[in-house]
Design a protein around this ligand. Sequence first.
Ligand code: FAD
Ligand code: NAP
Ligand code: SF4
Length: 685
Amino acid sequence: MYPHLFKPLDLGFTTLPNRVLMGSMHTGLEEKKDDLRALAAYFAARARGGAGLMVTGGIAPNRQGWLAPFGAKMTSGGEVRKHRNVTQAVHDEGGKICMQILHAGRYGMHPFLVAPSAIKAPISPFKPWKMSGRLIRATIHDFADAAARAREAGYDGVEIMGSEGYLINQFIAPRTNHRMDEWGGSFDNRIRFPLEIMQKVREKAGKDFIVIFRVSMLDLVEEGSTWEEVEALALAIEAAGATMINTGIGWHEARVPTIATLVPRGAYAWVTKRLMGKLRIPLIATNRINTPEKAEELLREGFADMISMARPFLADPDFMVKAKTQRADEINTCIACNQACLDHIFRGRTASCLVNPRACREWELPSAELSSSVHRRPSTVGRPPSTVKKVAVVGAGPAGLSASTELAALGHEVHLFEASAEIGGQFNLAKRIPGKEEFYETLRYFRKMLDKNGVKVHLNTRVTAEMLQSQGFEKVVLATGIKPRTPRIEGIEHPKVLSYLEVLQGQKQVGAQVAIIGAGGIGFDVAAYLTHEHGEQPSVAHYQQEWGIDPTYTQRGGVARPAAEPPKRQIWLLQRSKGKVGEKLGKTTGWAHRLGLKARNVQMWNEVEYRRIDDEGLHIAIQGQEQCLPVDHVIVCAGQEPLRELQEPLEAMGIPVQLIGGAKEAGELDAKRAIAEGWEVAKGL
Ligand code: FAD
Ligand code: NAP
Ligand code: SF4
């Protein structure tokens, strides 16, 4: 089905079985004090799942290059020994793996950070020390030593991280390199550092060793590289001995979302394509490619020789095996939410995945469970009949879907009851938000898994305790979700007050002037919904225009002036608390949501006291100043409360009940917790 995807790639001294690279992702397992066994199990699962080649998270070549204090590095024999656990596990599964060498430069989150010039990064609290010529030479040798040690540890190659605004990129771009010695000033001087690294790495690691160089092909910051410089650098890197060139998009400090769910699929493949035909070595395209169809299309149409996907392998380690065996509809698709991967990493936690809570916990799991997504069993097969339980799961939101598919995969007889006509719960609202269309994929995945595992699904069935009792269930899992909170505000019954449910389900027309009470995730999503046109998938051109990406590459860094659509409505997004509006949104995506709404003129106000709602509008006070917002509608997005009315009667009947998702706790609820709790139920039964 995917002839280009599964075409082997001959690198001369070795051949890769397919055209997919599992791109580098820091998981937090790199720093675990367990001899890297958890990391080994994580990679082994993905090698078993068919990734052609994998790259580890960033490993520093020396202490100054640490991303954070005591981060992973490759500087000693002890570290070589620990990494052998990883390479051995991968090779045992028939896979191949490269170690990424990453020097953070001014992005390091520690006080000893260094950079070509002493210019503080906007995303770091520390100012870097300017590197001396001697330190620059020593650092080049540290890169080469790290590559040699990687080889000794059994790696098939290394990836040199030259993009995303890290140290090498800091030398290349005039934005961060203000030196006037042999390492700065002219283009030739600015690329001396990456070229010498590439040459020394090749010299020390040997010819038959994969060296991928990640070139920043589109910096997305002012004073970044020009396209001519990118092309010249790529040619020079090839001449210096690289095996392949991977694409880097956007510095971490760029104010352009490059991997969030609002970025259209394959939105950056055009950048790699500009370089196709100019080099002899293979080129790798990256960013927001998450399905085998998209990867195949890009390869077929000559955008790249190979495709890098990172988060899609967190979401589903068996991505490639499923694609190869005509089971692409069973792939658990990465929805690019960042909620359990990047947001965890930036908060110092181990990564996982919203749609796959097993991710990064492979070491703890029995191997049967690890591979259960490949070897799902239909209900009751393979389990002694005496241990099969008859379980009712009430509510087919993310929590109920997760619990019922997992329980059925373990061989239990599972009945899933859903009051509405479709599965999905609140995901059926989320999928309507512009830029959140990926939620359809999660529903497609669960639909397939319900079918495959033999879950008996009863739609349009609002169950009662009596119904459940009469059918003889041994256990009931209550996943009935939430009910929206109605705040106590005078006039809350006024006809101009709408709930977010009425708005997102399209039950009510919304006027031109709108106030939104509550600026949590749902308040932001409702504001996005009301300021966008509906029914169209956002196009790449539209996204580029909105976020200021210049496809003609006229300016350095490929940046242009953002030009959002004129807003359809005037919206006020309000919260009572102090602090930034939307402060609790995702760490790595909240800023983009705020910027997106700001560009559409949405007024985001905090410290609001709600007085009353009447024919005039919404009366509020801010720091004692009274005013009336003359709005046509007030939309309530003021949080939620658990819906668990079945708990008491069921318990009174002596039926064991377990609460999960919103039914258990509505505060701080999100789909990550809901899906993980569904999985935990199955483990516990
Ligand atoms: P729900 O999804 O509420 O599902 C409960 C289900 O139970 C419903 O289908 C309901 O019909 C059914 N039910 C209730 N009572 C009965 C009964 N007696 N019998 C039968 N069925 C019954 N979360 C994120 O993590 N990331 C996001 O980006 C995100 N975006 C969102 C955007 C919007 C617009 C909304 C509304 C929510 C969003 N969420 C997001 C929140 C996420 O969808 C919820 O946290 C999640 O759906 C909660 O799952 P749940 O299974 O506990 O409950
Ligand atoms: P939420 O994030 O808890 O936000 C509720 C908002 O309502 C807050 O702004 C709160 O702020 C306000 N509020 C609370 N009680 C109020 C009251 N009595 N009167 C007036 N205002 C009140 O909840 P949500 O927006 O309903 O979202 C539900 C869950 O879905 C969240 O936990 C979220 O994680 C998840 N979600 C996530 C995303 C995402 O993109 N990651 C998107 C949508 C939803 P003040 O108290 O300051 O007024
Ligand atoms: Fe993808 Fe979200 Fe999972 Fe990260 S947490 S891998 S972005 S689905």
